[in-house]
Design a protein around this ligand. Structure first.
Ligand SMILES: *[C@@H]1O[C@H](CO)[C@@H](O)[C@H](O)[C@H]1NC(C)=O
Ligand SMILES: *[C@@H]1O[C@H](CO)[C@@H](O)[C@H](O)[C@H]1NC(C)=O
Ligand SMILES: *[C@@H]1O[C@H](CO)[C@@H](O)[C@H](O)[C@H]1NC(C)=O
Ligand SMILES: [Zn+2]
Length: 359
């Protein structure tokens, strides 16, 4: 009897123990394996049921469920939206760390900062912490898999290699420049546009809501760059000037935090030419503000950025991302208010002028 009471007590204690592992104790400045990131998402939804919802929107090649966090005030009205994905390339571990930090920051800001509250009323944030879950998990296996980049689907029949470069697989000038058709290459673009389940998941989710999205931000490393559309030298964005201005201002915001330089431009101008990226695809869908972030560093540690750089990298990148998001928000919402005011003022002036003429 005593024994069984003791046992229940122990069971009860361990249940309480499990329940108190809250996201306040989560270490945002360490790299986490996939299972810990998934648990973190569940915990965050549990702690913030009024503004955080997990949405499942696809399956990886290995049948893992791809999920995002939808974050915003449930107003019951149709809202605008912000897209952010991290971890499309497996080895770029700083990217998922940034998505997690970003989510923590906007949740904290929501409670303290009226501007964030306003943005969360007007917009929902859709954040995918790890898009290429199979590749990310594989990169955690051992030292020899650490630098894996692609997803984990097998190549065509005559090829023994695995994986497609998901950021060459989108239906945006697919297969034209800066890709490989050799399935052993790290830039293998797949057997056709959007051949991969991970690409299909984003294409469907974003494609069916494309009018809602103001921003599409996709997070990579490394190189300290903000890339704007397009990846091809012969295609110019009609909105290039504004994208460049907003990007340069975001780079300035980044520099203010820890003094780091980020270069801004299209990939042919500052990196290299390539086709089939998610950024170019989302811009072709009509999403106005689409950027690729290449986070720290500039080649010293490359993909193996030490953990003591997670915090400063996230802090500065948050500042840059927030600049772009705030600009897009204000242009859409405050911009509309300003236009209405100008229209009214013009009307008043016109009436005034007519009145004057009548006299
Ligand atoms: C690392 O993991 C891969 C994939 O499971 C395996 O093929 C390889 O033998 C492992 N290498 C070492 C050094 O353990
Ligand atoms: C740009 O070049 C690519 C690759 O050569 C080609 O597929 C595409 O049609 C070109 N686009 C335009 C607008 O000329
Ligand atoms: C990064 O390093 C390269 C090569 O040294 C250099 O050309 C580039 O300007 C650096 N970029 C930044 C943003 O410091
Ligand atoms: Zn990348």
């Amino acid at each position: 009897m005593l024994y069984s009471v003791g046992l229940s007590f122990v069971v009860l204690l361990s249940v309480i123990g499990a329940a108190t592992v809250d996201s306040g104790e989560y270490d945002y400045f360490k790299y986490h394996p996939m299972s810990e990131i998934t648990d973190w998402m569940t915990q965050l939804e549990k702690e913030n049921p009024d503004i955080v919802t997990i949405m499942d929107y696809g399956k990886t090649y290995e049948k893992k469920t791809i999920s995002l966090l939808k974050i915003g005030v449930k107003t019951g009205e149709k809202k605008k939206a912000i897209w952010m994905d991290c971890g499309i390339h497996a080895r770029e571990w700083i990217a998922p760390a940034f998505c997690q930090y970003f989510v923590r920051q906007i949740l904290d800001a929501y409670k303290k900062d009226p501007k964030m509250e306003e943005m969360m009323k007007n917009m929902d944030f859709y954040v995918t912490p790890v898009l290429n879950m199979d590749g990310y998990t594989f990169s955690w296996t051992n030292d020899s898999t650490r630098l894996w980049r692609k997803n984990r689907s097998p190549g065509p029949k005559d090829c023994d290699c695995y994986g497609t470069d998901l950021n060459r697989n989108f239906d945006a000038f697919w297969g034209t420049v800066g890709v490989s058709f050799d399935c052993c290459s790290i830039f293998y673009c797949g057997s056709q546009a959007a051949s991969e389940p991970e690409t299909q998941a984003v294409t469907y989710f974003v494609g069916t809501r494309k009018e809602d999205f103001l921003c599409f931000l996709t997070i990579h490393s490394y190189g300290q760059m903000l890339l704007l559309p397009y990846g091809l030298p012969n295609v110019t964005d009609p909105n290039y000037k504004e994208l460049m201005e907003v990007g340069l201002a975001a780079a300035e915001a980044i520099k203010k935090v820890h003094g780091m330089d980020y270069t801004v431009g299209t990939s042919p101008d500052i990196l290299y030419e390539f086709s089939g990226s998610s950024k170019d695809w989302s811009r072709l869908q009509g999403i106005p503000f689409t950027y690729t972030f290449e986070l720290r560093d500039n080649g010293t540690y490359a993909f193996k950025l030490p953990e003591d750089q997670i915090k400063p990298t996230c802090e500065e990148a948050y500042s840059g991302a927030l600049h772009i998001i705030t600009y897009a928000h204000d242009k859409t919402f405050n911009g509309a208010v300003a236009t209405a005011a100008v229209t009214l003022w013009t009307l008043v002036l016109a009436v005034g002028v007519t009145g004057t003429n009548l006299m």
